[in-house]
Design a protein around this ligand. Structure first.
Ligand SMILES: C[S@@+](CC[C@H](N)C(=O)[O-])C[C@H]1O[C@@H](n2cnc3c(N)ncnc32)[C@H](O)[C@@H]1O
Length: 224
């Protein structure tokens, strides 16, 4: 049996520590009395634009849905949406907003799920479109491939992931989540990993904490 070296043990325990810290943090976020920097009380304009361009098709899986405004926007447009989040607080906020928006029961389904440990949460269901609005960048770089490996099997072959994530165009001082470069995205979504990057453009992510919003990538990626 191969012996684990001390450096591989250190790498594994630091992987666990980071993962755990990230899960505990997100499970308790946002506190009920806190307006999160991503909570603008309406759908992100960049998502609305992508929808107008016809990039969202079929049933939609919104991962890391937060306060639910993107999912609610799409459900109101007639999409069948399943919206997932790790945080019970976020899901409660989202369910309240969905009810206030008059979204019909069954059109939009909220579920608690950890995108790093999906297990059997989603069964064998496949979605035509997955939406990641500001989730990928919540994971440290070493966890990003693991998250995508959990998500990918739930997108139909030929279906798409539409992704918005912080870009390295955000200059210091910067206190947001991971900034991701074009090269990192090209590596995460390479053909050898079962993806094809069909569009990669820049976009803005509106926030109550920075006038003009954050600089993000908008990626439209096919599951091949
Ligand atoms: C930056 S917020 C974005 C919220 C929403 N998509 C939006 O754009 O307004 C990230 C969301 O991902 C959720 N999240 C973080 N880690 C997660 C995980 N491992 N599994 C599922 N959701 C997670 C957080 O609870 C939070 O609601």
């Amino acid at each position: 049996m191969a012996m684990e070296t001390s450096s591989s043990l250190t790498a594994r325990s630091s992987f666990r520590a980071k993962h755990q810290r990230s899960s505990i943090f997100w499970k308790n976020t946002p506190r009920k009395d806190w307006v999160a920097p991503w909570d603008i009380g309406k759908a992100q304009p960049s998502l609305i634009q992508a929808e107008k361009e016809g990039l969202l098709k079929g049933e939609v899986l919104d991962v890391g849905c937060g306060p639910g405004d993107n999912a609610i926007y799409l459900a109101a447009k007639g999409y069948q949406v399943t919206a997932l989040d790790l945080s019970q607080h976020a899901l409660e906020r989202a369910a309240k907003r969905s009810k206030a928006a008059g979204i019909a029961d069954g059109t939009l389904v909220f579920k608690q799920a950890d995108m790093l440990h999906l297990g059997s949460t989603l069964g064998s269901h496949l979605w035509e479109t997955a939406l990641d609005s500001a989730l990928l960048h919540c994971f440290p770089p070493e966890l990003q491939p693991r998250y995508l490996a959990e998500l990918q099997p739930h997108i139909k072959p030929g279906g798409h992931l539409i992704l918005f994530c912080m870009s390295d165009a955000n200059k210091d001082p910067y206190t947001g989540p991971e900034r991701i470069s074009k090269t990192q995205l090209q590596d995460l979504f390479s053909e050898s990993k079962g993806w094809r990057m069909e569009q990669l453009t820049t976009a803005k992510y509106d926030t109550p904490v920075r006038e003009g919003g954050f600089d993000t990538w908008r990626a439209y990626i096919k599951r091949v």
